[in-house]
Design a protein around this ligand. Structure first.
Ligand code: FE2
Length: 200
């Protein structure tokens, strides 16, 4: 994991999730952030991610239940029934387990909503927040992350945090925290899963 480039307020900080240490199965706090930001891992992520990416690559527009946030020529949020992608189920179970530990609540008292964010070469995700309803915690899980396909940018008070994603890792953050994703400068699609955790 890279060290932040500066600790002073009003600065840009950078972190790379892929490193010598793999993400733990239990959440750990990104300690130098102002906001409560956590990372978490997933067991058997490589196999699960291959299955999710294969399922999504075979999908057409009308496979999606709903497509929203039409910005910059693409729908940023693609909603699909979880039963259409069985490989996503362990991701959602782990999201609830990690969120339960972050929030100090039993996973059974929480529910997990999700959507796909499929970003092609040259595409990006505009700045937004997730605090639309009763969300308690938000997150993202990384499925397919080609090199140079775009950092997650979190606007953390006076600081801006650039997180270089890593497939098989979750990042959790407060729903009100503004964030965006840089332009995908690779030649391949970048696939992540957006997550909102709320009360059951
Ligand atoms: Fe988001």
């Amino acid at each position: 994991m890279k060290k932040p480039i500066a600790d002073a307020q009003g600065t840009t900080k950078r972190i790379a999730l892929c490193g010598s240490e793999s993400a733990p199965a239990r959440p750990s706090r990104v300690g130098w952030s102002n906001a409560d930001i956590h990372r978490c891992g997933l067991a058997d992520a490589e196999r699960i991610n291959t299955a999710i990416a294969a399922a999504v690559s075979g999908m057409r527009e009308d496979d999606f239940e709903r497509r929203t946030h039409f910005i910059g020529g693409r729908f940023e949020n693609l909603y699909i029934e979880r039963t259409r992608i069985p490989a996503v189920l362990p991701v959602l179970d782990q999201a609830l387990a990690c969120a339960g530990l972050v929030l100090g609540r039993a996973p059974g008292t929480l529910r997990c909503g999700f959507w796909l964010n499929l970003t092609g070469p040259g595409q990006s995700t505009s700045e937004h927040t997730h605090d639309e309803h009763d969300e308690m915690l938000s997150g993202v899980y990384y499925v397919a992350i080609p090199p140079d396909s775009g950092d997650l940018i979190l606007y953390d008070g006076p600081s801006t945090i650039h997180i270089e994603p890593c497939a098989g890792t979750f990042i959790f953050f407060p729903p009100h925290l503004p964030h965006a994703v840089e332009t995908n400068r690779s030649a391949l699609p970048r696939l992540s899963i957006g997550i909102n955790i709320g009360p059951r």
